[in-house]
Design a binder for this molecule. Structure first.
Ligand code: ADP
Length: 442
């Protein structure tokens, strides 16, 4: 228990002690001896307590102080009280540091705390993974000795941290990290590195997209403008030239219209909030309409066109989107197969799943292109694709439609032998009238 120190009480105790010693000394007529013995006892008493105190403070594992009374009890209690207060503060601080570190670990970015000499004081787990830092080995090491990319070093010494810098990750060259430094407190720095690879890719895709659209629209517009400029000035335009001009202008404006329609379709699919699996699409009916269009497209090419369609097989989905996906693959096969080719379209139930495939015996596609086919405006042979009227958006639309319908495009192709473009719908969305036990989406 804590009670306050009183000089008066301590002095009156000493006075009482010496009073007893003086009475004893006078009683035995040996005042000097009594005073010497009393003082020695007092000295011994305090020396013994000093010894106990020293032993408790430095050597004892006990938290509670040794028992004592009077002046020494007061000292013991005081020290005990200070110790308890420090211990509580230490606990609180440890708890705060633990919470702070847990919080920093939860930050989805690599975080490093640097002192005024740019030496690492602490880093989170992501900093160890993304920046390749080792903990605790790198504690106290300068950050610019560990992240040595010139762009980072320049940013670090620039002392103007307003605009973050993008630098490849030291642990993975494929990753781009955005470094941001924030000064705080006593010249300390907080370094945050965020993975912006995806953002950079999106930014690049956006730039490519704008460049591609502009390029695709500029070509037909240049042709149209060319004719429009020459026509009014030519007084006696030969009919043959007029005919050629109108045919070319019509074909270029059709191309532009196709491009714009396909772009609109793509953005409609991306922004669509329509329920995908609310209605059953009558695929056999849709297929017969596509077959008619394919036959008319095939008039010049004279390929052998085979449709093997299960007349009882349908799926839940969005008709306009599915029609676009199915027809894009079929029309591509007609366009890109040199005549006279053989094209086989199948729509069949395989393992309770609706399966669609288009097989052709055309020139095939080299392996390095396969992964990129569904990118917007990607063409294997640009010149040939343009001649067929292709915009380079067809397979991108197919990919988006299929993703929207929880499916994916599979492309198998061999140069010189042909290609197979296929996809399937899960049994949940497949509707087969022949096999009513096929699960239905509800
Ligand atoms: P496009 O509108 O130019 O046809 P797509 O996105 O539909 O664009 O196709 C991308 C590219 O894939 C085409 O330019 C073509 O080179 C190639 N391709 C698509 N289908 C076939 C196929 N059946 N056989 C060979 N190449 C194909």
């Amino acid at each position: 228990m804590y009670y306050s120190f009183s000089w008066l009480k301590s002095l009156s105790r000493i006075a009482a002690f010496y009073l007893v010693v003086v009475i004893f000394g006078l009683a035995f007529d040996a005042l000097a001896i009594a005073l010497a013995v009393g003082s020695s006892w007092l000295l011994g008493y305090h020396s013994w307590h000093l010894y106990r105190f020293n032993r408790w403070i430095w050597h004892s594992k006990k938290i509670t102080p040794p028992s004592a009374s009077g002046f020494w009890e007061h000292i013991y209690e005081g020290v005990y009280y200070i110790q308890r207060r420090n211990r509580r503060k230490r606990k609180e601080l440890t708890y705060i540091i633990k919470r702070y570190r847990e919080g920093s670990e939860a930050i989805p970015d690599a975080t490093v705390v640097l002192d005024s000499n740019a030496c690492i004081q602490w880093c989170n787990r992501l900093a160890r993974i993304e920046l390749g830092l080792r903990w605790p080995q790198d504690s106290g090491r300068r950050i610019d000795n560990l992240i040595r990319h010139p762009k980072f070093v320049e940013y670090f010494y620039n002392n103007n941290y307003d605009i973050p810098v993008e630098v490849p990750s030291p642990s993975n060259i494929e990753k781009i990290l955005e470094y941001r430094i924030m000064p705080y407190g006593d010249q300390h720095l907080l370094l945050i590195a965020r993975d912006v690879t995806r953002l950079m890719q999106l930014e690049q895709m956006r730039k490519d997209f704008v460049a591609n659209v502009s390029h695709e629209l500029r070509t037909p517009l240049t042709v149209l403008n060319g004719y429009l400029e020459t026509l009014p000035n030519a007084e006696n335009v030969p009919p043959a030239f007029l005919k050629k001009a109108f045919t070319e202008m019509r074909s270029q404006s059709e191309r532009m219209q196709n491009l714009v329609e396909e772009l609109l379709l793509l953005s409609r699919i991306e922004a669509s909030s329509e329920k995908v699996f609310a209605k059953v699409v009558n695929v056999p009916l849709m297929m017969s309409a596509i077959q008619l269009e394919a036959n008319s497209l095939n008039k010049d090419k004279q390929h052998e066109l085979l449709f093997d369609v299960d007349q009882h097989l349908s799926v839940y989905g969005i008709e306009t989107e599915l029609r676009s996906a199915f027809s894009n693959l079929i029309f591509n096969a007609i366009h890109y197969t040199p005549m006279p080719g053989k094209i086989r379209v199948t729509w069949q139930l395989i393992d309770d799943k609706a399966h669609f495939s288009v097989q052709d015996n055309g020139e095939g596609i080299a392996e390095q292109h396969l992964n990129r086919l569904t990118e917007r405006f990607y063409r294997v042979d640009k010149a040939r694709s343009r001649k067929t009227g292709g915009s380079g958006l067809g397979l991108s639309i197919v990919k988006h439609v299929l993703t929207h319908h929880n499916s994916a495009l599979d492309v198998k192709s061999e140069v010189g032998k042909g290609s197979v473009f296929s996809f399937e719908f899960s049994s949940e969305v497949t509707v087969s009238l022949k096999q009513p036990n096929v699960k239905r989406y509800s």
